[in-house]
Design a protein around this ligand. Structure first.
Ligand SMILES: *Cc1c(COP(=O)(O)O)cnc(C)c1O
Length: 377
Protein backbone atom coordinates (compact mmCIF):
# COMPACT_ATOMS: atom_id res chain seq x y z
CA UNK A 1 0.00 0.00 0.00
CA UNK A 2 1.46 3.43 -0.90
CA UNK A 3 2.32 5.51 2.12
CA UNK A 4 0.72 8.83 2.91
CA UNK A 5 3.93 10.55 1.86
CA UNK A 6 3.81 8.76 -1.52
CA UNK A 7 0.25 9.92 -2.00
CA UNK A 8 1.11 13.53 -1.16
CA UNK A 9 4.24 13.57 -3.33
CA UNK A 10 2.44 12.15 -6.34
CA UNK A 11 -0.53 14.47 -5.96
CA UNK A 12 1.74 17.50 -5.70
CA UNK A 13 3.65 16.42 -8.81
CA UNK A 14 0.37 16.22 -10.77
CA UNK A 15 -0.65 19.68 -9.59
CA UNK A 16 2.81 21.03 -10.41
CA UNK A 17 2.53 19.72 -13.98
CA UNK A 18 -0.83 21.42 -14.39
CA UNK A 19 0.64 24.65 -12.93
CA UNK A 20 -1.90 24.37 -10.14
CA UNK A 21 0.41 23.84 -7.20
CA UNK A 22 0.08 26.63 -4.65
CA UNK A 23 2.81 27.91 -2.38
CA UNK A 24 2.84 30.32 0.51
CA UNK A 25 5.12 33.29 -0.10
CA UNK A 26 6.38 35.23 2.89
CA UNK A 27 5.00 38.75 2.70
CA UNK A 28 5.20 41.56 5.21
CA UNK A 29 2.58 44.23 4.72
CA UNK A 30 4.08 47.59 5.65
CA UNK A 31 1.02 49.76 5.28
CA UNK A 32 -2.32 49.64 3.49
CA UNK A 33 -0.80 49.24 0.00
CA UNK A 34 2.87 48.21 0.14
CA UNK A 35 4.48 44.96 1.16
CA UNK A 36 7.86 43.30 1.27
CA UNK A 37 8.49 40.07 -0.59
CA UNK A 38 11.84 38.45 -1.36
CA UNK A 39 13.72 41.55 -0.22
CA UNK A 40 11.74 43.90 -2.47
CA UNK A 41 8.98 46.40 -1.79
CA UNK A 42 5.94 45.85 -4.01
CA UNK A 43 2.86 47.96 -4.54
CA UNK A 44 -0.04 45.61 -3.91
CA UNK A 45 -3.16 45.41 -6.03
CA UNK A 46 -4.05 42.10 -4.42
CA UNK A 47 -5.07 42.97 -0.87
CA UNK A 48 -8.76 43.23 0.04
CA UNK A 49 -7.86 46.02 2.44
CA UNK A 50 -10.05 48.41 0.41
CA UNK A 51 -10.06 51.24 2.96
CA UNK A 52 -6.50 50.54 4.17
CA UNK A 53 -7.94 50.00 7.65
CA UNK A 54 -5.46 47.22 8.54
CA UNK A 55 -2.96 50.00 9.24
CA UNK A 56 -5.27 52.88 10.25
CA UNK A 57 -3.77 54.56 13.36
CA UNK A 58 -7.12 55.06 15.11
CA UNK A 59 -8.22 51.48 14.47
CA UNK A 60 -4.86 50.09 15.58
CA UNK A 61 -5.20 52.22 18.71
CA UNK A 62 -8.66 50.80 19.46
CA UNK A 63 -7.34 47.25 19.00
CA UNK A 64 -4.27 47.93 21.15
CA UNK A 65 -6.37 49.37 23.96
CA UNK A 66 -8.71 46.33 23.90
CA UNK A 67 -5.74 43.95 23.78
CA UNK A 68 -4.07 45.49 26.82
CA UNK A 69 -7.34 45.72 28.74
CA UNK A 70 -8.94 42.38 27.87
CA UNK A 71 -6.09 40.05 26.79
CA UNK A 72 -5.05 38.36 23.58
CA UNK A 73 -7.65 35.60 23.21
CA UNK A 74 -11.40 35.08 23.43
CA UNK A 75 -10.98 32.30 26.00
CA UNK A 76 -13.99 30.17 24.96
CA UNK A 77 -16.92 29.99 22.59
CA UNK A 78 -19.29 32.96 22.69
CA UNK A 79 -21.93 30.60 24.13
CA UNK A 80 -19.66 29.74 27.06
CA UNK A 81 -17.62 32.69 28.38
CA UNK A 82 -16.42 34.39 25.19
CA UNK A 83 -19.32 36.81 24.69
CA UNK A 84 -17.45 39.98 25.52
CA UNK A 85 -19.61 43.14 25.87
CA UNK A 86 -17.86 44.52 22.75
CA UNK A 87 -19.87 41.99 20.68
CA UNK A 88 -23.19 43.67 21.50
CA UNK A 89 -21.78 47.02 20.39
CA UNK A 90 -20.45 45.55 17.15
CA UNK A 91 -23.66 43.67 16.34
CA UNK A 92 -25.78 46.77 16.98
CA UNK A 93 -23.57 48.78 14.61
CA UNK A 94 -23.66 46.10 11.90
CA UNK A 95 -27.44 45.76 12.09
CA UNK A 96 -27.83 49.53 11.87
CA UNK A 97 -25.54 49.81 8.82
CA UNK A 98 -27.41 47.00 7.03
CA UNK A 99 -30.89 48.18 8.05
CA UNK A 100 -31.60 44.88 9.82
CA UNK A 101 -33.12 44.12 13.18
CA UNK A 102 -30.21 42.08 14.52
CA UNK A 103 -26.78 40.63 13.72
CA UNK A 104 -24.54 37.75 14.71
CA UNK A 105 -20.73 37.86 14.54
CA UNK A 106 -18.78 34.68 13.73
CA UNK A 107 -15.08 33.76 13.84
CA UNK A 108 -14.72 34.38 10.09
CA UNK A 109 -16.76 34.78 6.93
CA UNK A 110 -16.02 31.17 6.02
CA UNK A 111 -17.28 29.99 9.40
CA UNK A 112 -20.40 32.14 9.02
CA UNK A 113 -21.40 30.57 5.70
CA UNK A 114 -20.47 27.06 6.80
CA UNK A 115 -22.59 27.53 9.92
CA UNK A 116 -25.64 29.49 8.79
CA UNK A 117 -26.82 27.43 5.81
CA UNK A 118 -27.15 24.12 7.73
CA UNK A 119 -29.26 25.92 10.38
CA UNK A 120 -31.85 26.83 7.73
CA UNK A 121 -31.64 23.99 5.21
CA UNK A 122 -31.77 20.22 5.77
CA UNK A 123 -32.33 17.04 3.81
CA UNK A 124 -35.93 17.92 2.91
CA UNK A 125 -35.03 21.34 1.57
CA UNK A 126 -33.84 23.00 -1.63
CA UNK A 127 -30.80 25.22 -2.03
CA UNK A 128 -30.25 27.32 -5.16
CA UNK A 129 -26.72 28.64 -5.67
CA UNK A 130 -25.07 30.84 -8.31
CA UNK A 131 -22.32 28.85 -10.05
CA UNK A 132 -19.69 31.50 -9.25
CA UNK A 133 -20.46 31.71 -5.54
CA UNK A 134 -17.58 31.75 -3.07
CA UNK A 135 -16.10 28.45 -1.84
CA UNK A 136 -17.55 28.88 1.66
CA UNK A 137 -21.13 29.14 0.36
CA UNK A 138 -20.49 25.77 -1.34
CA UNK A 139 -19.14 24.43 1.93
CA UNK A 140 -22.33 25.52 3.72
CA UNK A 141 -24.43 23.99 0.94
CA UNK A 142 -22.66 20.64 1.30
CA UNK A 143 -22.87 20.63 5.07
CA UNK A 144 -26.63 21.30 4.89
CA UNK A 145 -27.26 18.03 2.99
CA UNK A 146 -30.12 19.75 1.19
CA UNK A 147 -30.84 19.27 -2.52
CA UNK A 148 -28.50 21.67 -4.32
CA UNK A 149 -29.44 23.18 -7.69
CA UNK A 150 -26.88 25.39 -9.45
CA UNK A 151 -27.99 28.32 -11.59
CA UNK A 152 -25.86 29.88 -14.32
CA UNK A 153 -24.07 33.03 -13.23
CA UNK A 154 -26.57 35.85 -12.59
CA UNK A 155 -29.06 34.07 -14.90
CA UNK A 156 -32.45 34.85 -13.35
CA UNK A 157 -34.36 32.95 -16.05
CA UNK A 158 -32.38 29.82 -15.17
CA UNK A 159 -32.93 30.30 -11.43
CA UNK A 160 -36.64 30.80 -12.07
CA UNK A 161 -36.86 27.63 -14.15
CA UNK A 162 -35.10 25.63 -11.43
CA UNK A 163 -37.51 26.95 -8.80
CA UNK A 164 -40.49 26.20 -11.04
CA UNK A 165 -39.25 22.64 -11.51
CA UNK A 166 -38.09 21.81 -7.97
CA UNK A 167 -39.64 24.12 -5.37
CA UNK A 168 -42.86 22.15 -4.86
CA UNK A 169 -41.05 18.94 -3.88
CA UNK A 170 -39.31 20.61 -0.91
CA UNK A 171 -40.28 22.02 2.44
CA UNK A 172 -38.06 25.16 2.45
CA UNK A 173 -35.95 26.80 -0.23
CA UNK A 174 -32.95 29.12 0.12
CA UNK A 175 -31.26 31.09 -2.67
CA UNK A 176 -27.59 31.95 -2.00
CA UNK A 177 -25.18 34.10 -3.99
CA UNK A 178 -22.27 36.50 -3.67
CA UNK A 179 -23.52 40.11 -3.70
CA UNK A 180 -20.18 41.17 -5.21
CA UNK A 181 -18.48 38.26 -6.99
CA UNK A 182 -15.05 37.86 -5.48
CA UNK A 183 -13.14 36.91 -8.64
CA UNK A 184 -15.16 38.91 -11.22
CA UNK A 185 -16.12 42.06 -9.33
CA UNK A 186 -19.60 42.12 -10.84
CA UNK A 187 -22.79 42.41 -8.79
CA UNK A 188 -25.73 40.07 -8.27
CA UNK A 189 -29.11 41.41 -9.50
CA UNK A 190 -30.34 41.88 -5.94
CA UNK A 191 -33.73 43.39 -6.82
CA UNK A 192 -34.55 40.54 -9.21
CA UNK A 193 -33.42 37.95 -6.65
CA UNK A 194 -35.67 39.45 -3.97
CA UNK A 195 -38.65 39.32 -6.37
CA UNK A 196 -37.80 35.76 -7.41
CA UNK A 197 -37.53 34.61 -3.80
CA UNK A 198 -40.87 36.23 -2.92
CA UNK A 199 -42.68 34.69 -5.90
CA UNK A 200 -41.41 31.18 -5.17
CA UNK A 201 -41.65 31.18 -1.39
CA UNK A 202 -37.88 31.03 -1.02
CA UNK A 203 -35.49 32.78 1.37
CA UNK A 204 -32.56 34.84 0.12
CA UNK A 205 -29.02 35.08 1.48
CA UNK A 206 -26.31 37.24 -0.10
CA UNK A 207 -22.61 37.29 0.72
CA UNK A 208 -21.43 40.89 0.82
CA UNK A 209 -17.79 40.18 1.71
CA UNK A 210 -16.56 42.63 -0.95
CA UNK A 211 -19.38 45.18 -0.67
CA UNK A 212 -19.45 46.36 2.94
CA UNK A 213 -17.54 49.58 3.39
CA UNK A 214 -17.11 50.26 -0.33
CA UNK A 215 -20.50 50.29 -2.10
CA UNK A 216 -23.56 52.50 -1.45
CA UNK A 217 -21.91 54.75 1.13
CA UNK A 218 -20.49 51.73 2.93
CA UNK A 219 -23.76 49.81 3.29
CA UNK A 220 -22.64 47.30 0.67
CA UNK A 221 -24.40 45.50 -2.15
CA UNK A 222 -27.43 44.33 -0.18
CA UNK A 223 -30.53 45.91 1.30
CA UNK A 224 -32.86 45.26 4.25
CA UNK A 225 -35.28 43.21 2.12
CA UNK A 226 -32.72 40.41 1.84
CA UNK A 227 -33.52 37.82 4.52
CA UNK A 228 -29.88 37.17 5.40
CA UNK A 229 -27.13 39.70 4.66
CA UNK A 230 -23.86 37.95 5.36
CA UNK A 231 -20.35 39.41 5.12
CA UNK A 232 -16.85 39.58 6.54
CA UNK A 233 -14.96 41.90 8.88
CA UNK A 234 -11.65 40.98 7.24
CA UNK A 235 -11.75 42.93 3.98
CA UNK A 236 -12.76 46.62 3.94
CA UNK A 237 -13.32 46.51 7.72
CA UNK A 238 -9.62 45.62 8.07
CA UNK A 239 -9.98 43.30 11.06
CA UNK A 240 -11.07 39.65 11.26
CA UNK A 241 -14.39 37.82 11.65
CA UNK A 242 -17.67 37.28 9.82
CA UNK A 243 -21.26 38.35 10.40
CA UNK A 244 -24.84 37.96 9.30
CA UNK A 245 -27.66 40.50 9.62
CA UNK A 246 -31.28 39.34 9.72
CA UNK A 247 -34.48 39.59 11.77
CA UNK A 248 -34.31 38.97 15.51
CA UNK A 249 -35.90 35.49 15.43
CA UNK A 250 -33.56 34.36 12.66
CA UNK A 251 -30.50 35.68 14.52
CA UNK A 252 -31.69 34.05 17.75
CA UNK A 253 -32.07 30.72 15.93
CA UNK A 254 -28.60 31.05 14.38
CA UNK A 255 -27.07 31.84 17.80
CA UNK A 256 -28.76 28.73 19.18
CA UNK A 257 -27.92 26.32 16.37
CA UNK A 258 -24.97 27.35 14.18
CA UNK A 259 -22.26 24.79 14.91
CA UNK A 260 -19.40 27.02 13.72
CA UNK A 261 -20.50 29.58 16.31
CA UNK A 262 -21.20 27.15 19.13
CA UNK A 263 -18.10 24.95 18.80
CA UNK A 264 -15.50 27.57 17.86
CA UNK A 265 -13.73 30.07 20.07
CA UNK A 266 -14.84 33.70 20.16
CA UNK A 267 -12.76 36.32 18.34
CA UNK A 268 -10.01 38.09 20.27
CA UNK A 269 -11.49 41.25 21.85
CA UNK A 270 -8.96 43.36 19.91
CA UNK A 271 -10.45 42.17 16.59
CA UNK A 272 -13.95 43.10 17.75
CA UNK A 273 -12.78 46.53 18.95
CA UNK A 274 -11.03 47.14 15.60
CA UNK A 275 -14.22 46.32 13.68
CA UNK A 276 -16.22 48.73 15.86
CA UNK A 277 -13.71 51.52 15.22
CA UNK A 278 -13.81 50.78 11.47
CA UNK A 279 -17.60 50.99 11.34
CA UNK A 280 -17.46 54.34 13.13
CA UNK A 281 -15.20 55.72 10.40
CA UNK A 282 -17.40 54.28 7.63
CA UNK A 283 -20.39 55.96 9.25
CA UNK A 284 -18.70 59.37 9.19
CA UNK A 285 -16.47 59.42 6.09
CA UNK A 286 -18.62 58.66 3.04
CA UNK A 287 -16.03 60.17 0.67
CA UNK A 288 -13.53 57.54 1.84
CA UNK A 289 -15.98 54.70 1.13
CA UNK A 290 -16.40 55.87 -2.48
CA UNK A 291 -12.69 56.02 -3.25
CA UNK A 292 -11.89 52.33 -3.98
CA UNK A 293 -14.56 52.16 -6.70
CA UNK A 294 -13.37 55.51 -8.13
CA UNK A 295 -9.85 54.08 -8.34
CA UNK A 296 -11.06 50.88 -10.03
CA UNK A 297 -13.02 52.96 -12.54
CA UNK A 298 -9.95 55.07 -13.32
CA UNK A 299 -8.13 51.81 -14.20
CA UNK A 300 -10.95 50.40 -16.36
CA UNK A 301 -11.26 53.78 -18.16
CA UNK A 302 -7.55 53.93 -19.01
CA UNK A 303 -7.56 50.37 -20.35
CA UNK A 304 -10.97 50.55 -22.05
CA UNK A 305 -12.24 47.64 -19.96
CA UNK A 306 -15.92 47.31 -18.98
CA UNK A 307 -16.60 49.87 -16.23
CA UNK A 308 -15.78 48.49 -12.78
CA UNK A 309 -18.83 47.78 -10.61
CA UNK A 310 -16.78 47.20 -7.46
CA UNK A 311 -13.13 47.65 -6.42
CA UNK A 312 -12.35 44.26 -8.03
CA UNK A 313 -11.32 44.15 -11.70
CA UNK A 314 -10.54 40.85 -13.47
CA UNK A 315 -8.40 40.48 -16.58
CA UNK A 316 -9.06 36.99 -17.91
CA UNK A 317 -6.02 35.51 -19.69
CA UNK A 318 -7.09 31.87 -20.09
CA UNK A 319 -4.44 29.38 -19.08
CA UNK A 320 -2.74 29.20 -15.68
CA UNK A 321 0.60 29.60 -17.52
CA UNK A 322 -0.50 32.90 -19.09
CA UNK A 323 -1.81 34.26 -15.80
CA UNK A 324 1.32 33.23 -13.88
CA UNK A 325 3.63 34.71 -16.53
CA UNK A 326 1.75 38.03 -16.52
CA UNK A 327 1.81 38.19 -12.72
CA UNK A 328 5.55 37.49 -12.76
CA UNK A 329 6.21 40.28 -15.26
CA UNK A 330 4.17 42.75 -13.22
CA UNK A 331 6.04 41.71 -10.11
CA UNK A 332 9.32 42.42 -11.91
CA UNK A 333 8.00 45.95 -12.41
CA UNK A 334 7.13 46.34 -8.72
CA UNK A 335 3.41 45.50 -8.76
CA UNK A 336 1.85 42.65 -6.83
CA UNK A 337 -1.11 41.31 -8.81
CA UNK A 338 -1.79 37.71 -7.95
CA UNK A 339 -2.72 35.20 -10.67
CA UNK A 340 -6.00 33.43 -9.92
CA UNK A 341 -6.24 29.87 -11.25
CA UNK A 342 -8.71 26.97 -11.20
CA UNK A 343 -10.37 25.68 -9.12
CA UNK A 344 -10.83 29.18 -7.67
CA UNK A 345 -12.12 30.20 -11.13
CA UNK A 346 -13.56 27.96 -13.91
CA UNK A 347 -11.16 26.09 -16.23
CA UNK A 348 -9.89 28.25 -19.06
CA UNK A 349 -10.51 31.50 -17.18
CA UNK A 350 -7.28 31.96 -15.21
CA UNK A 351 -6.80 35.65 -14.69
CA UNK A 352 -5.15 38.59 -13.06
CA UNK A 353 -7.36 40.01 -10.30
CA UNK A 354 -6.83 43.65 -9.39
CA UNK A 355 -8.15 45.04 -6.12
CA UNK A 356 -8.14 48.81 -5.72
CA UNK A 357 -7.99 50.66 -2.43
CA UNK A 358 -8.63 54.21 -1.26
CA UNK A 359 -4.92 54.92 -0.83
CA UNK A 360 -3.72 53.97 -4.34
CA UNK A 361 -2.38 57.11 -6.02
CA UNK A 362 -3.77 57.97 -9.46
CA UNK A 363 -0.21 58.09 -10.84
CA UNK A 364 0.41 54.55 -9.61
CA UNK A 365 -2.77 53.37 -11.32
CA UNK A 366 -1.52 55.03 -14.52
CA UNK A 367 1.81 53.22 -14.22
CA UNK A 368 0.05 49.94 -13.48
CA UNK A 369 -2.21 50.32 -16.53
CA UNK A 370 0.85 51.01 -18.71
CA UNK A 371 2.55 47.87 -17.39
CA UNK A 372 -0.60 45.80 -17.92
CA UNK A 373 -0.80 47.02 -21.52
CA UNK A 374 2.71 45.72 -22.17
CA UNK A 375 2.24 42.46 -20.30
CA UNK A 376 -1.19 41.41 -21.56
CA UNK A 377 -0.88 42.80 -25.09
C1 LIG B 1 -13.25 36.31 1.56
C2 LIG B 1 -14.62 35.84 1.35
C3 LIG B 1 -15.28 35.09 2.34
C4 LIG B 1 -14.58 34.58 3.56
O1 LIG B 1 -14.44 35.55 4.54
P1 LIG B 1 -13.28 35.37 5.63
O2 LIG B 1 -13.69 36.30 6.72
O3 LIG B 1 -12.01 35.75 4.98
O4 LIG B 1 -13.33 33.93 6.06
C5 LIG B 1 -16.60 34.78 2.13
N1 LIG B 1 -17.24 35.12 1.00
C6 LIG B 1 -16.62 35.82 0.03
C7 LIG B 1 -17.40 36.18 -1.19
C8 LIG B 1 -15.29 36.19 0.16
O5 LIG B 1 -14.67 36.83 -0.82
Amino acid sequence: MPSLDDFATEKLAQLETAQLRRTLVESTRNDGIRLERGGRTLLSFSCNDYLNFTHHPGIKGAAATALLKYGVGGGASRLVTGNHPLYAELETKLARLKGSEAACVFGSGYLANAGIIPVLIGTEDLLLIDELSHACLWAGAQLSRGTVQIFRHNDMAHAKALLAGHRAAHRHALIVTDGVFSMDGDLAPVGDLIALARTHDAWLMTDDAHGIGVLNDGRGSGNPEIDLQMGTLSKAIGSYGGYVCASKPVIDLIKTRARTLIYSTALPPASVAAAIAALEIIDKDKALTRRPLEKARLFTRILNLPEAQSPIVPLVLGTPEAALAAAKQLEDEGFLVVAIRPPTVPDGSARLRFAFTAAHADEDIDRLAEAVRRVAA
